[in-house]
Design a protein around this ligand. Structure first.
Ligand code: SF4
Length: 350
């Protein structure tokens, strides 16, 4: 029997493209029926390969999944339920953008199984939202968050910091607003400038690395929610179960164009992409490096299994305890290590 797999479903459509966005998404009017039939046939494909495995979590990411008609969403969930075992499915997350989801539509999604809503708020400042190329204003975002938090679901919001001219004051203000709203989960991402985006062509003057580090540390000092991953903060019991599973190295199926997955079947790992279904075997060392990279981003770190044991430089680790530590069978980065995680990863690979 193959092990349980989480499911990530990519919805690659948006109303318009944001100025910083390098995600795989297009601002077009989607043909939802052909999207649905493609996703359903991918579900069939993986059912044939993996059989009726357990699905611990489902995550609809984008793009803007909240644009999806609810009946299409319903058919996808029902089809998953006929092909896989959802009896222990702990979480179905829907990513959304303010302005694309009213109370009625949210209620309908909840009736179809959504148990967690992730809202792309990005900023509570209307000028910043315009600068980022977002289509909503702060009032619309707050209304969606307030309404969703009254429902029987878990609610998260995404924010971007480190805009040109941002400093610690901006972070403190943002954290105060998140605290005031009473969010139980928030993701705060540093703005990164990607080539082939409007921002990539604008020669923006970004805050320097010291200011960025101060802003990062200011989040921990000012946000009531504790950090559990580099960019993610949650009250106890409110972490994103889907992401926790993926970061811990659990297998997952990616459905829809732009989705990526990691399949584990017949004792072999495969990297997989949705759309024109493709999957290629990857060796245990490659998979161990991936697990280490995602696991070290989390506060609890990574379990040192046999494959990870083989790739670690224990001499480096033992002589750099201010950056990285081993506790029992886990390895984790300290607060100082998290700040230089990319460099640290290179150093601890033996
Ligand atoms: S809404 Fe999200 S996925 Fe869509 S363009 Fe903006 S940042 Fe990209």
């Amino acid at each position: 029997m193959n092990p349980a797999h989480n499911i990530y479903i990519h919805v690659p459509y948006c109303i318009s493209k944001c100025n910083y966005c390098a995600f795989f998404s297009r601002a077009i009017s989607p043909d939802w029926e052909s999207y649905e039939s493609q996703v359903l046939s991918e579900i069939d494909f993986w059912h044939n390969k993996l059989d009726r495995i357990k699905i611990p979590t489902i995550f609809f990411g984008g793009g803007t999944p909240s644009l999806m008609p609810v009946d299409i969403f319903d058919k996808i969930i029902k089809h998953i339920a006929t092909k896989f075992d959802l009896s222990e499915c702990a979480e179905i997350t829907l990513e959304s953008n303010p302005g694309t989801l009213d109370t009625q539509k949210l209620d309908d999604f909840i009736k179809c199984g959504v148990s967690r809503l992730s809202v792309g708020v990005q900023s509570f400042d209307d000028d910043e939202l315009k600068f980022l190329g977002r289509r909503h204003d702060a009032t619309t975002a707050i209304k969606l968050l307030d309404g969703a938090m009254k429902k029987n679901i878990r609610v998260s919001a995404d924010f971007i910091y480190g805009l040109p001219n941002h400093n610690v004051e901006n972070i403190i203000r943002l954290c105060d607003q998140i605290n005031k709203i009473g969010l139980q989960h928030a993701s705060l991402y540093e703005l990164t400038i990607e080539k082939n985006t409007p921002f990539g062509r604008m020669n923006l003057k970004m805050p320097d690395n010291n200011i960025m580090a101060d802003m990062y540390l200011a989040i921990q000092d000012n946000l009531k929610l504790p950090r559990y991953e580099v960019s993610n903060y949650a009250a106890a019991g409110h972490t994103c179960q889907h992401n926790e599973n993926i970061w811990a190295g659990a297998p997952y199926i990616g459905l829809g164009f732009g989705a990526r997955g990691r399949i584990f079947m017949e004792n072999q790992w495969f990297e997989q992409s949705g759309g024109d279904i493709q999957f290629d075997a990857i060796d245990n060392k490659t998979r161990a490096i991936e697990k280490l990279m995602t696991g070290l981003r989390t506060l609890r770190g990574t379990v040192i299994d046999d494959d990870i044991k083989n790739i670690l430089d224990f001499d480096f680790i033992n002589s750099h305890n201010a950056l990285v530590k081993i506790d029992g069978n886990r390895i984790y980065a300290t607060d100082a290590g998290i700040l230089i995680l990319d460099d640290l990863l290179v150093d601890i690979l033996g």
